[in-house]
Design a protein around this ligand. Structure first.
Ligand code: PMV
Length: 324
């Protein structure tokens, strides 16, 4: 009754921000993402008869603050499998947690994949994606690799699905880490605050389906400059919504802003690169492979950039033999 799985974070190019149904965790807008390959979460789940309660550790440390969300996910799996045992969950991240690097996406995709296997639930990616979505909207996308879309489906619970395999358009991502601190407002609370108080929220919900359709077409047509334009627009529009909440949510620091300007300057000088930023201060530069090293060097020079991590596009969540 135990299994280990690995999943990679994904970076949204058309962002998800806001929910249309809290209880089923259904997004208010469609989203489109790329799954990475260098950053990962590995999670071992072991259901143990006689264990009194679930236990969760991250990078070797007990994490009581995250236990409730982990247990709620396991409860759904236990119900489907008709199993009453508590579990030991051991997770390892090779990147900063809860700092806007999509650790909840890789974390819950790995947890659902390992948990289903440990309970003998032979679910395909679609079913695992729905289960992951209940824990974290973005986790639904990390079940799949490459380019992933999550359209809104009014007749059914939304489902993430593969749009294009990673090998079909092997973009690169350079992540500039500008802080290793946990973000002050998690995405769940930030979304609630935005929906309840941000003047720009209705415009966000109204216009994102158009951005999604345009980004989808740009990916299928391998049109990098069109994708750059739409992705930067979606990112800046999401942050405009956050800034227009009361109180305003400011996830950026000064290095985030300096990186953003630097990436635009690189593009003006002929590099195929654009930026995106999630609910945290890290900046992600998405580029064509031939412009990756130059982009990474340029971002590493910026004061306040602590580390630069380069990644290609990777596969979806997978079972592993065991944590190495
Ligand atoms: O799924 P959550 O709760 O981790 O929220 C993700 C929100 C963003 O990362 C800001 C955007 C996205 O689509 O991933």
């Amino acid at each position: 009754m135990q299994a280990t799985a690995q999943a990679q974070p994904n970076i949204a190019l058309v962002k998800y921000w806001g929910k249309r149904d809290q209880s089923r965790n259904l997004p208010a807008v469609p989203s489109l993402s790329i799954t990475l390959d260098t950053l990962w979460t590995q999670t071992r789940v072991a259901f143990e008869p006689g264990l009194e309660a679930d236990r969760f550790s991250l990078n070797g440390n007990a994490e009581p603050a995250h236990l409730a969300r982990v247990s709620a996910t396991l409860d759904r799996l236990r119900e489907l499998a008709g199993c009453g045992h508590s579990a030991v969950v051991e997770s390892v991240n090779n990147f900063p947690t809860n700092a806007g690097l999509a650790s909840s996406a890789s974390g819950f995709a790995a947890l659902v994949t390992a948990g289903c296997a440990a309970l003998g639930l032979e679910f395909g990616p679609g079913q695992r994606s729905r289960l992951a979505r209940l824990a974290s909207g973005s986790a639904a996308r990390s079940i799949f690799g490459g380019f992933v879309e999550m359209p809104l489906d009014p007749h059914n619970d939304d489902l993430a699905m593969s749009l294009l395999e990673a090998a079909a358009w092997p973009l690169q991502v350079v992540v500039a880490v500008t802080s290793r601190a946990e973000k002050p407002t998690g995405s769940r609370a930030g979304m609630l605050q935005s929906a309840a108080s941000a003047d720009f929220y209705p415009a966000w919900v109204e216009t994102t389906p158009r951005d999604f359709q345009q980004a989808r077409a740009a990916v299928l047509g391998r049109d990098f400059s069109r994708l750059s334009e739409i992705s930067e627009h979606s990112c800046l529009k999401m942050h405009a919504v956050m800034l227009s909440a009361r109180p305003g949510l400011v996830y950026w620091n000064s290095a985030t802003v300096d990186c953003l300007h630097r990436i635009r300057e690189l593009r003006r000088r002929g590099n195929a690169v654009f930026f995106t930023v999630d609910a945290g201060p890290q900046i992600k530069a998405v580029c064509l492979p031939e412009h990756r090293d130059h982009t990474a060097r340029a971002l590493a020079e910026i004061p306040g950039v602590l580390e630069v991590i380069s990644s290609g596009l990777g596969a979806g969540a997978q079972l592993l033999p065991a944590i190495p």
